[in-house]
Ligand binder design. Structure first.
Ligand code: SF4
Length: 321
């Protein structure tokens, strides 16, 4: 029976594969703290193909952490627009400001220091310290968890941090034997992204195939085990497009906190306020929507003449006229 690769052998197999198969990414050509950090943040929950144009545009606009620190948050969010998970952009900007001291960048020197930077979790901290400083700390992201859940047939819920921490511990003796710890980490992640993919692992070309426990048993896609999620509530909202006479669209800035804070949105409306008005020759059934804008107090200008229907609707909605 073939055995799992261990220690130096596992490291060598992965490093050789990585040297041959790794994708060329701009931040891999000449790893700088700023480029690697930016790419790590952009790659969280986002694919390489989606990130690449954003990465290049972002760097063209903010070529250094100093220029990022000096920018307005609105401009940073603008460059991020479409990439999603905007808290990442806000944290990146906040972090840039904390990293620049007296006009110069003071970069973290270890995974522990990186983990203190806003928006940098334990996984990203390990990735950055291993690539930039050669620190032998294993990265356990979703890709790595999938590869080793299959390779060692580990029945743990890798969505949970303690399971990831245990896997990191198990991989520590391996990475300590790597000549270039950053390459070992990137090899594991790259293998998960390119070969040991979630639904169709390409075991025939996998450098770990001879030692993979799940492959031997033909149960690759049963790992990592899936743990049933609780149901997610559904919320419904309606957004309205209100142009002015010049064709400009009314947008409101979200000031309520949460993921969308600071972004501009179409006005969101509440369910309708119903009213029936009887005129001499027809009956009007009216639905009115109220634009939600919790940062502003609604006021009706006292000086304008109001149509009766409008007056009634506003009264029904609780406005003082
Ligand atoms: S042999 Fe298949 S299941 Fe095992 S690590 Fe490689 S790609 Fe994944």
């Amino acid at each position: 029976m073939q055995k799992n690769h261990k220690g130096k052998e596992l490291v060598a197999v992965l490093e050789t594969w990585y040297a041959e198969k790794k994708r060329s990414m701009p931040w891999r050509l000449n790893p700088t703290p700023y480029g690697c950090w930016l790419s790590e943040i952009m790659m969280q929950q986002t694919t390489y193909a989606a990130v690449l144009p954003y990465y290049e545009r972002f760097l063209a606009r903010f070529p250094s952490v100093e220029s990022l620190a000096a920018a307005d948050e609105a401009e940073v969010l603008k460059q991020w627009e479409g990439l999603g998970y905007y808290a990442r952009a806000r944290n990146l900007h906040k972090a840039a400001r904390s990293l620049v001291v007296d006009g110069k960048a003071a970069w973290p020197k270890s995974a522990a220091e990186w983990a203190k930077v806003p928006g940098v979790g334990p996984y990203t901290a390990a990735a950055l310290a291993s690539v930039l400083k050669g620190e032998p700390v294993p990265v356990v992201d979703g890709n790595v968890a999938r590869v080793f859940a299959r390779y060692w047939m580990i029945s743990e819920d890798f969505k949970k941090l303690p399971a990831r921490a245990r896997l990191a511990e198990r991989l520590t003796p391996e990475i300590e034997q790597a000549a270039v710890p950053g390459n070992f980490n990137q090899a594991m992640m790259e293998l998960g992204a390119l070969v040991c993919t979630p639904t169709s692992p390409d075991c025939g070309v996998c450098p770990l195939r001879s030692g993979c426990a799940a492959r031997r048993k033909g149960v690759q896609t049963d790992y990592p085990i899936k743990v049933a999620k609780g149901s997610v509530p559904t919320r419904r909202a309606t957004q309205v497009i209100i142009p002015d006479e010049k064709g400009r669209i009314l947008l409101v800035q979200n000031r309520e906190g949460g993921l969308l804070k600071g972004l501009w949105e179409l006005p969101t409306v509440e369910p309708s306020i119903g009213l029936t008005q009887v005129f001499s020759h027809f009956k009007l059934e009216l639905s009115t929507v109220k634009v939600l804008r919790k940062d502003a107090e609604f006021k009706v200008p006292g000086s304008v003449p109001l149509a009766t229907t409008t007056r009634k609707v506003l009264e029904a909605a609780g406005f003082e006229l």
